[in-house]
Design a protein around this ligand. Sequence first.
Ligand code: C2E
Ligand code: MG
Ligand code: MG
Ligand code: MG
Length: 289
Amino acid sequence: AAKNGGRGQFRFYASDLKDEEQERQTVLDDLREALEGDQLYLQYQPVVSIKTGNVVCLEALMRWEHPERGFVSPGTFIPVAEDSDLINNLGEWALRTACEAALEWPKSVRVAVNVSAVQFANQGFPTVVANALAHTGIDPDRVELELTESIFVGDNDETERMFKNLKSLGVRLALDDFGTGYSSLSYLRAAPFDKIKVDKSFVDSCTQKDKNSAKIIAAIVGLSNALNMETTVEGVEAFDQLEVVKEKGAKLVQGFIYSRPLHQTAVLENFESGEFTIKPDGPDTYRPD
Ligand code: C2E
Ligand code: MG
Ligand code: MG
Ligand code: MG
């Protein structure tokens, strides 16, 4: 079998292609069942202020515990769901569940929810968001929708109308995985994003000698600041990466160095004392300021 590359899937010879199609169908059927049962849940990963160590936001990440296959990664099942209507049901469930969870956190803490480009292309999506807000009663300003550059494939006017409708609900919009798609700067001119999330791939190589990734992080932070947007740097795992990212002007970080995604119970335990403050894993001599 040869690697196809796209989406991390595999393309096989003709007979296996059929197997692959069957496999997709099985995943889809199982996923439908999962949504009706209790195999799906959300975990929440802290977004931390480097300066204070305070958790300012948590990103909801979908988890699937399959009864036979065990843990299935969202990187595997989200693309399958996106090829069918099911992504709309999954997305609506995630949005409501995340808003409900956030109601139990301090009011100063936001919740971020990933939105598939397929959901975004659906005319009824603003109504889905409005219903989730009304149903839970959460302050819309606490809700951040994470979109990727793939939303820009459609009709310009449609996209613009969707942005208007979403912003009129009072939610915040973040551009996720920035720098990995086509990254046309005209997107930023037209779209009312409140935040840019710098993709992990820049962090992975930001401590390398050639320094290009580090410079790109600095440039994205600068661009984001100039446009009055916040920046979160994603996927910071190591202490030396945190040092670089901090030096390049980033204020908010999300990554294993602070915390992996957590169950709601763990999030609540951490908030129990009032503030949820985390120190990065790193040398004891480390000072945030
Ligand atoms: P994403 O939205 O960019 O989410 C960040 C991903 O990076 C998460 O992977 C998170 O666990 C991982 N991550 C965060 N910090 C680190 C780090 O320091 N090191 C490493 N190695 N990884 C880190 P996860 O949970 O596997 O999700 C993968 C992708 O699946 C997400 O990327 C998002 O595109 C999609 N996804 C997850 N949940 C949902 C959802 O509810 N709806 C939609 N549409 N997509 C979702
Ligand atoms: Mg995200
Ligand atoms: Mg991301
Ligand atoms: Mg990603």
